[in-house]
Design a protein around this ligand. Structure first.
Ligand code: DGL
Length: 282
């Protein structure tokens, strides 16, 4: 079957599936940027909520889950996989790239762009314990952290808040405060959202941080990189005639390894519209 691949700037159409996954629902914050960049694409999303948070798991366990999800996507013949999970990227990317030969686009904490901002020179990174401790993040700091102080703040409990749908309220605010305040006290005026669940807590984070702190979410950059990789891989034949018809809308399908009834409430709420949610068979 000829693949119709095209990503013209205004009306992109990729009528082949793109697989996007996270340890849970956090990657929906990346999926929405992918949807913005590719309005007509078919998007498959896996929330591995039954095994979240990855951040407290063993690297071997995370790698096994990532490879199982990649196999699920391969069976659906996806054109590319987006790793919408910083923890999975930090731990399992080489294994994933060794197994899956089509494009793999992975999120990572936006330490590079944050360090390039000529501000106070103190950058705070909010992430899971596993991401904070990872060699991948150490490499990012080593490569891009010259001339700035990069403070890595593990935030246990925030993934669980988002997974339970608790995005506001005194308990959520106190937990966010407990992680953000120490960074502000150290002079951070740039905060990196180093976990894809945290954009769903962005309002709370910004409230604690105040108006003079810039909050950076790398999700739009991930979507741009996906488009670039798909364009680079498209053959001239595939590009031909592949523009989306005016008004055509892409579809999404969601799978979860967590409790189905909960996911069927939470995913549409976070996604902002009706969503078909199925049980993940792996
Ligand atoms: N959204 C995932 C990330 O970006 C959370 C990982 C976890 O479950 O701990 O790291």
């Amino acid at each position: 079957m000829a693949r119709r691949l095209s990503v013209p700037p205004e009306r992109r159409s990729i009528p082949i599936p793109i697989g996007v996954f996270d340890s849970g629902v956090g990657g929906l914050s990346v999926l929405r940027e992918v949807r913005r960049a590719l309005p007509a694409a078919e998007l498959l999303y896996v929330a591995d909520s039954g095994h979240a948070p990855y951040g407290e798991r063993d690297p071997a366990f995370i790698t096994d889950r990532v490879l199982a999800i990649a196999e699920f996507f391969r069976a659906h013949d996806v054109a590319a996989i987006v790793v919408a999970c910083n923890t999975a990227s930090a731990v399992a990317l080489p294994a994933l790239r060794a197994q899956f030969t089509r494009p793999v686009v992975a999120i990572e904490p936006a330490i590079k762009p944050a360090a390039q901002r000529p501000r106070s020179g103190v950058v705070g990174v909010l992430a899971t314990s596993r991401t904070v401790a990872s060699a991948g993040v150490a490499r990012l700091v080593e490569a891009h952290g010259h001339g700035v102080r990069v403070l890595l703040q593990a935030c246990p409990g925030l993934v669980e808040l988002v997974e339970s749908g608790e995005l506001s309220g005194a308990r959520a605010e106190a937990l966010v405060e407990s992680f953000v305040r120490p960074l502000l006290n150290e002079g951070a005026d740039t905060l990196v959202l180093g976990c894809t669940h945290y954009p769903f807590l962005r309002a709370l984070i910004e409230r604690v941080a105040g108006p003079n702190v810039e909050v950076i979410d790398p999700a739009p950059a991930v979507a741009r990189e996906l488009v670039r990789r798909l364009e680079a891989g498209a053959t001239p034949d595939a590009r031909e005639g592949s523009e989306g018809s005016e008004g055509s809308e892409g579809i999404e399908c969601f799978w979860t390894s967590g409790p189905l009834a909960h996911a069927r409430m939470l995913i549409p709420a976070l996604w902002g519209r009706a969503a078909q949610v199925l049980a993940l068979p792996c």
